[in-house]
Design a protein around this ligand. Structure first.
Ligand SMILES: Cc1cc2nc3c(=O)[nH]c(=O)nc-3n(C[C@H](O)[C@H](O)[C@H](O)COP(=O)(O)OP(=O)(O)OC[C@H]3O[C@@H](n4cnc5c(N)ncnc54)[C@H](O)[C@@H]3O)c2cc1C
Length: 559
């Protein structure tokens, strides 16, 4: 193992949607030196890797940013940060134009206006959206990109970020990176729960399997305040292919029907969680399988759908072709995925203020890793990346680089050496990962229990995950790729425990399926129109209930 020490003004962890846009923004506004560390390759990494076919957050003619806030608030039944939603919504349209200037094809009508899809969406040709963003960043003179560098921990002292530690997967290098400010943009967490598909196909999941919750785990371990992990996100997806369903629902107006052909969506409601819950319930009561009704659509719509899926989930198009039947000839079966933690869809993540500053000084968080502000999607990701970047630029003007102390660096080097040299583990990383997913599936509201849980089960889950954490300390890696797998597993285990603690703390069921607590099956507006926040203190997760930030009020940290 080689060791390399680097120094930068601003470190961006994760070169995904937010990370790339943050780097672009910093370059435009300052001369600050930027280093992006990306565990994969920036050209095709993260949520945008396979392409997307719509910009889901846009303020269409006749609507205002406040309308977007109201929509997201309704969908989350009140548990959102209105200040964060508003500051994001105000930037949605300007970042869209910037994306078009960078080269993204946004469909336009004969009058040169963007073609909208529903009330908030724009249609795009988005297969190459990530290479476009990455290409723009590659040309910036003040930005250095380190691909295949997996960041494993922050360096924090006296609640002030000093940088981070990472491993170079292809060059067997341990990195010590000193930075004046850090933007964490590592996305959400997939792979905590047993997924829909087994074995070889287990990574055929909705959320990128390589977004393993690193940003959350590093923050939790460093004592940052986190919010709303109990609002899990379960996607309603096309069965087997796990392809998105919005293109069917909004693109061709397909309704959710049960096996009797009855439209059931109005019976349960139309929020994101209600659409999943309705499907679960129809199945449980014997009226499954459930479908999106595409039978009877036109031949033009058949073609449009097949093309749209080629842009983001080609396996769905292949499935239609393979079966020899177009969507107009067969309804599309749907199912819920395993739960994910993802702050760009629901509201889990760092507790940030409107500058996207976390409770750790000098650490900023954006998008899927940042909480309080659901329904961000691609454009919200760019908007939050921009806000975090502007805040980091301001921060480095007034603060100076602080060095990482040797004791902290040595502790991390020692840990890496232990994984590389020790050979006493009775288990492989993959075995412990499977055990973790089984525990979460069975006892913390996975697919197996129709996403439901009770306190007794959560207690069992926590005990078992704690045991797996202990077992993971003795794991062995033959090389740096395996070393990364160990860190991925360990960060997932940390996130699992926080999810369990949050599910346990919300004594109500506000969102069916997303957090369905059988001990408290009803909504409790009296006591739980609140954020459930947490902080790790002396190894224990401390729950903090906070009042809602709403109606034009703004929350800023006072530290
Ligand atoms: C399959 C899918 C389809 C979607 N479709 C649409 C759509 O059609 N329209 C829309 O508007 N929105 C869509 N979204 C949502 C939107 O794409 C995301 O909300 C947004 O891109 C998230 O941005 P992010 O920067 O937080 O995460 P990402 O773009 O995923 O970036 C995170 C980056 O961090 C890297 N990383 C992770 N851990 C580490 C580590 N330890 N060290 C270094 N690097 C690390 C990852 O490799 C990745 O590059 C979709 C999301 C998914 C998953």
């Amino acid at each position: 193992m080689k060791t390399e020490k680097l120094k930068t003004d601003i470190l961006i962890i994760g070169g995904g949607t937010a990370g790339c846009y943050a780097a672009l923004t910093i370059s435009e506004k300052s001369n600050a030196k930027v280093l992006i560390c990306e565990k994969a390759h920036i050209k095709r990494s993260g949520c945008l890797a396979a392409g997307v076919n719509a910009l889901n957050a846009y303020i269409v003619d006749g609507k205002t940013p406040q309308d977007y806030v109201d929509y997201a608030k309704k969908d989350a039944d009140g548990i959102v940060r209105e200040d964060l939603l508003l500051t994001m919504s105000q930037r949605l349209n300007s970042v869209t134009e910037r994306l078009e200037q960078l080269g993204l094809v946004i469909l336009k009508d004969n009058n040169g206006k963007y073609v909208t899809r529903g009330n908030r969406n724009l249609k795009i040709n988005g297969e190459n959206i990530k290479p476009i963003l990455a290409g723009a960043v590659k040309n910036l003179s003040n930005v250095t990109i380190l691909n295949r560098v997996n960041i494993t921990d922050f360096s924090v002292s006296n609640n002030r970020i000093r940088g981070a530690f990472g491993i170079g997967i292809e060059n067997d290098t341990f990195y010590i990176i000193e930075a004046n400010a850090v933007i964490v943009a590592t996305g959400g967490a997939a792979g905590l729960y047993k997924p829909n598909n087994p074995g070889f196909s287990r990574h055929k999941m909705w959320y990128p399997p390589f977004n393993t919750g690193a940003g959350y785990a590093m923050g939790i371990n460093a004592g940052a305040e986190m919010t709303t992990f109990e609002m899990r996100f379960i996607a309603l997806r096309c069965k087997d292919t796990i392809a998105p369903t919005g293109t069917l629902a909004q693109g061709v107006g397909a309704k959710q029907i049960n096996s009797l052909g009855e439209v059931y969506e109005m019976k349960y409601g139309l929020t994101t969680s209600e659409r999943v819950y309705g499907t679960v319930n129809e199945n449980q009561e014997g009226r499954g399988p459930c479908y999106l009704k595409t039978e009877g659509i036109t031949t033009e719509q058949d073609d449009a759908l097949k093309k749209a899926y080629l842009n983001m989930a080609p396996s769905q198009t292949l499935k239609w072709i393979e079966s020899g039947k177009n969507p107009s000839e067969q309804n599309v079966e749907i199912e819920g995925t395993e739960p994910y933690i993802v702050g760009g869809h629901t509201a889990s993540g760092y507790w940030v203020d409107t500058k996207r500053a976390t409770t750790i000084k000098g650490l900023f968080a954006a998008v899927d890793v940042a909480g309080g502000c659901p329904q961000k999607y691609v454009t919200g990701a760019l908007a939050e990346g921009e806000i975090a970047a502007l805040s980091a630029v301001d921060f480095v003007k007034e603060n100076y680089v602080v060095e990482i102390d040797n004791v902290d660096a040595d502790r991390h080097i020692h840990e890496v050496k232990r994984f590389l040299s020790g050979n006493n583990s009775r288990f492989s990383t993959e075995q412990i990962e499977e055990a973790m997913q089984t525990v979460m599936d069975s006892y913390a509201g996975g697919i197996k229990t129709n996403y439901r849980f009770n306190e007794k089960q959560l207690d069992i889950a926590d005990g078992k995950i704690a045991n797996l954490q202990k077992l993971s300390e003795g794991l062995h890696a033959d090389d740096f790729q395996e070393l990364m797998y160990i860190y991925e597993l360990r960060e997932r285990l940390v996130v699992c425990r926080s999810v369990i603690a949050h599910l346990r703390a919300r004594h109500e069921t506000r969102w069916h399926s997303f957090a369905e607590n059988l001990d408290y099956p009803d909504k409790d507006n009296q006591n739980f129109l609140k954020y459930v926040n947490s902080r790790l203190e002396e190894g224990k997760i401390k729950i903090i209930l906070r009042d809602l930030v709403k109606g034009g009020t703004v929350y800023e940290h006072r530290n």
